[in-house]
Write a protein that binds this ligand. Structure first.
Ligand code: ADP
Length: 544
């Protein structure tokens, strides 16, 4: 894995951990707030349950005390003579265990306690009696005016909270009504809200720690009419939501590192896959490039060997055309056959030039051409090339002005390639220049660069910008009269550029269409320290 990819993967892993941490935090927050809501709902439900238990209990007490107080027997018992046997069968000893009561009392209209039964709990003292009387006297009073409703509520009795129900004892029989007799007693049932009762009620409804509370109770309990409410019920809300959050948080904390590890593993896996894909892409690109190179080399080899094969018959054609030219008249053939033979020879030579160039270009492409670098006298090479080029200049009617190149100016070059470049570049300058114009060959020694420039400047047709950009590719030629007239191959400059590059030299072509071209060959000096300060160039004009 490269350093950069490793860096990206580490950043990715960090991101993953951050995302997991944020996700856990968010989840915890959501859980916490929904747990709060759940707890509030649970508390509301439990409050409803407690209220309904209290209401039911009071309603039960009220219905029991009312049922009994409506008996004619009950009135007769307290209006007539007491009967201990009747009491045992119908009052305290029977009703208290039957209805789970702690106290049963009967009070008369003036508040006197006429019957009192307690099931082994705290006995009633004078103060309790007075408090009961405070409830029952107005109750009997109301009954006499026809309002027979019972009173219920939670009441402190014998120092403890009790459910209380009191009802006036009815005067039912017709004869008593006829005698105009009125309710004269009240029956009171008391049920203690003691520990055992509360534990049972809590257990029935799944409440924890239900107890009677005097200060800040969760549900206030109504007192009987006219009495202050003193008691309420409290319990521990079940808080299922809190419990759920606690359980989930533990689970989350345990799962988060595992999830983070899994995601980090995934990140590394992803990086590995990307890396592999990239490697295989690089490999296939390399393979494609190599295949293309091999194909190109094979093609160049093919062209090189074909060109080689072309040269033998071409030389024969050229040779025989030459012979034919000389022998035509001697053989008594008409003059025009001499011209035909000359045309065949010219075409053959042109074809041979093409084949030679093709052969060289293909060799360079197929890496079969090597530059043999040595210290070459630029002066000597230029002079020898000029001998050939002066003839061309004369044929063209172009002046060829050559700077004096000192013989001891040594450059690092392949002599053959150097000669070919000079001939080709100067040849082009002469080819593409109009009659009576001048082609100049200039020299500049660039000591600070350890190089020297051989510049070929012409005033010819110039090269169009489009062609200029394509030079270097084989078979590139500008459109125009000159090119058509000169029958070039479009290979010369492509070869020169490659030869220059092989020698470590540079070939720079600068041209303005219609004004002329300057081609600069920059060559490395063989021994830069041996160079004398540059002397003013002298130009030798060859011919016009
Ligand atoms: P060619 O055999 O056609 O001369 P080159 O590769 O030597 O092939 O040149 C390519 C083309 O570049 C030429 O056909 C010509 O259009 C243009 N060219 C090269 N040298 C010059 C120049 N000195 N002046 C004008 N055009 C030139």
């Amino acid at each position: 894995m490269t350093g950069k990819l490793g860096h990206y993967t580490a950043v990715l892993a960090l991101l993953v951990v951050a995302i997991v941490a944020i996700a856990v935090g968010l989840l915890a927050y959501v859980l916490d707030s929904s747990a709060n809501r759940l707890d509030k709902q649970q508390l509301a439900t439990q409050t409803l349950i407690v209220k309904s238990v209290v209401r039911r209990q009071l309603a039960k007490l009220e219905s029991n005390v009312t049922d009994y107080a409506l008996w004619d027997d009950m009135y007769d018992r307290f209006a007539g003579k007491p009967d201990p046997q009747w009491d045992i069968e119908n009052l305290g000893p029977f009703a208290a265990p039957t209805f789970q009561l702690e106290h049963i009392a009967v009070l008369s209209a003036d508040g006197t306690l006429v019957y009192d039964y307690d099931r082994g709990s705290a006995p009633m003292d004078g103060k309790d009696r007075a408090r009961l009387a405070r409830l029952t006297v107005p109750l009997i009073d109301r009954a006499r005016r026809g309002d027979m409703r019972a009173i219920t509520g939670v009441f402190e009795f014998a120092g403890q909270a009790h459910y209380l129900a009191a009802h006036p004892i009815w005067v039912g029989s017709e004869k008593r009504e006829a005698g105009n007799e009125r309710p004269n007693f009240a029956l009171v049932y008391l049920k203690a809200l003691d520990r055992a009762y509360l534990a049972g009620a809590a257990g029935d409804f799944d409440l924890r720690g239900l107890h009677v509370d005097r200060s800040a109770p969760m549900v206030m309990l109504d007192a009987p009419a006219g009495e202050p409410a003193m008691f309420g019920l409290s319990w521990q809300p079940s808080q299922g939501g809190r419990q759920f959050v606690a359980d989930s948080t533990r689970l989350l904390l345990a799962a988060a590192p595992i999830v983070a590890l899994l995601l980090i593993g995934l990140a590394f896996g992803w990086a590995g896959i990307v890396n592999q894909a990239r490697d295989s892409e690089v490999r296939s690109t390399e393979a494609r490039a190599k295949a293309a190179e091999d194909t190109s080399r094979a093609k160049s080899l093919f062209i090189a060997s074909m060109s080689h094969e072309f040269r033998t018959p071409l030389n024969a054609i050229n040779g025989f055309a030459e012979c034919l030219k000389g022998d035509v008249l001697a053989l008594g053939m008409p003059e025009k056959y001499k011209e035909y033979a000359a045309d065949i020879q010219a075409s053959g030579q042109h074809l041979l030039r093409i084949v030679n160039n093709l052969l060289l270009f293909s060799k360079i492409e197929a890496n079969q051409h090597e530059a043999r670098l040595e210290a070459v006298s630029l002066g000597e090479e230029t002079t020898s090339a000029m001998r050939m080029l002066n003839i061309l200049a004369q044929q063209r009617g172009v002046r060829l002005a050559t700077a004096e190149v000192p013989a001891k100016l040594l450059v690092l070059a392949d002599p053959q390639s150097l000669a070919q470049i000079i001939v080709n570049v100067v040849g082009n300058a002469l080819k593409f220049s109009p009659r009576d114009s001048e082609v100049r060959i200039e020299l500049a020694v660039l000591r600070e660069l350890g190089a020297c420039d051989l510049r070929v400047v012409d005033q010819g047709c110039g090269i169009p910008e489009k062609t200029l950009l394509q030079l270097g590719q084989p078979f590139v030629q500008a459109d125009g009269v000159y090119t058509r007239r000169e029958q070039g191959t479009g290979l010369g400059l492509a070869i020169c550029l490659k030869l220059a590059a092989q020698m470590g030299a540079r070939l720079l072509i600068d041209s303005i269409e219609g004004q002329g071209t300057t081609v600069t060959l920059r060559l490395p000096l063989a021994d830069p320290s041996a160079i004398e300060p540059a002397s003013p160039e002298r130009l030798a004009v060859a011919a016009a």
